[in-house]
Design a protein around this ligand. Structure first.
Ligand SMILES: Nc1ncnc2c1ncn2[C@@H]1O[C@H](COP(=O)(O)OP(=O)(O)OP(=O)(O)O)[C@@H](O)[C@H]1O
Ligand SMILES: [Mg+2]
Length: 331
């Protein structure tokens, strides 16, 4: 793949190439025929909801545990593309599939901590303490109050200073890796071993994101299905190549997820086609629809998986998590 191609957005739309792949949304999953949860009549919505809840029960079956803890970095330096939404909902969906999951909030905004209803006021033991002061993760982790098998290392506003505080420290780019690898529940073989560690990165390519890239085995890149979707991705992939060459040869871009996908527009289909032509099999065939339920869940301290479990957004994340888990199992 030529990375310069990634900055050429002129081919994204408004007209997709003929024969563009259509992406699955929850509407397809449940064969309910309604594309988003933001339209249609109350009666249609109610019928769809019943179908979706029924389908959700089927989708929530247990999944095989991966052979080894999968440490996944959710990154894209473009802001507002759905990194945090994807981290918390994938984590919740995996936990609902019977996996044991740790979310590491690596963004000073603390949005993942908020969405998972985890205390992260100033002074709470947090990612900052683990990164800068070397406090063991076991002393900063909190269980999710809502979902069994889900754990969170919260971010407080102190993390905003970490980019600077880290500069003068030894091995400044591998401190998160050290913390994760020292966590007894990672890579062990006991029943309580973690199956997934998902790291929610800030929208920049600074030392915090670098720490995540050095700590992770795999990257999960959310891409918003909109006009400038691939802008800046070339720079992200160059950073990944640099990390692979010098700091973490095992890092792979294993998973791309299309977010805020509006199946009614040709633009979304065009962007999906473009993303698929660059990344191929790495792109999950489930796209996440644009949905009001997804965006309002955090204000209730919830993921959409508990806020509205039968909604198309929740079912899409369940299906995406299932796909990601099955792909990882066969890798
Ligand atoms: N599928 C969706 N449908 C509707 N709104 C969404 C969806 N996914 C995310 N959003 C909303 O878009 C906004 C940005 O999402 P989010 O915070 O997950 O992005 P981000 O990449 O983590 O942002 P940042 O770069 O600031 O960390 C939020 O308001 C979120 O609620
Ligand atoms: Mg975020």
């Amino acid at each position: 793949m030529r990375q310069s191609d990634l900055t050429d957005t002129s081919r994204f739309g408004p007209h997709p190439a003929p024969g563009s792949p259509s992406y699955r949304t929850a509407g397809d999953i449940a064969a309910a025929g309604v594309l988003t949860d933001d339209e249609s009549t109350p009666l249609a919505r109610s019928i769809e909801h019943q179908l979706l809840v029924k389908e959700g029960r089927r989708l929530r079956g247990p999944l095989p545990r991966p052979a080894r803890t999968r440490v996944m970095v959710v990154a894209n330096q473009k802001g507002g593309v759905g990194k945090t939404t994807t981290t918390v909902n994938m984590a919740a969906a995996l936990a609902q599939h019977g996996q044991r999951v740790l979310v590491v909030d690596l963004d000073p905004q603390g949005n993942a901590s908020t969405a998972l209803s985890i205390d992260h006021h100033r002074g709470t033991p947090s990612t900052y303490d683990a990164l800068v002061d070397g406090v063991p993760l076991v002393d900063v982790v909190q269980p999710s109050p809502e979902i069994d098998g889900l754990f969170v290392v919260p971010a407080t506003i102190d993390l905003a200073g970490a980019e600077i505080d880290l500069v003068s420290l030894v091995a400044r780019e591998s401190r998160l890796r050290k913390a994760i690898h020292a966590f007894p529940l990672v890579f062990g073989d006991g029943e309580d071993r973690l199956d997934y560690v998902l790291i929610d990165c800030p929208p920049s390519l600074g030392l915090l994101t670098l720490n995540a890239l050095v700590a992770g085995d795999e990257m999960l890149i959310p891409i918003q299905a909109e006009y400038y979707a691939l802008e800046g991705l070339g720079q992200l992939l160059e950073t990944v190549d640099m990390v692979k060459a010098h700091l973490n040869p095992d890092l792979t871009v294993s998973t791309i997820l299309l977010t805020m996908y509006d199946a009614r527009t040709r633009l979304a289909a065009g962007v999906a086609e473009e993303v698929r032509s660059h990344f191929g099999e790495q792109v999950l065939s489930t796209a996440i629809p644009r949905s009001v339920r997804i965006s309002e869940a955090p204000s209730y301290g919830q993921t959409v998986m508990t806020y509205d479990p039968g909604s198309p957004g929740a079912l899409s994340y369940l299906e995406a998590a299932r796909e990601m888990a099955l792909k990882g199992a066969s890798a």
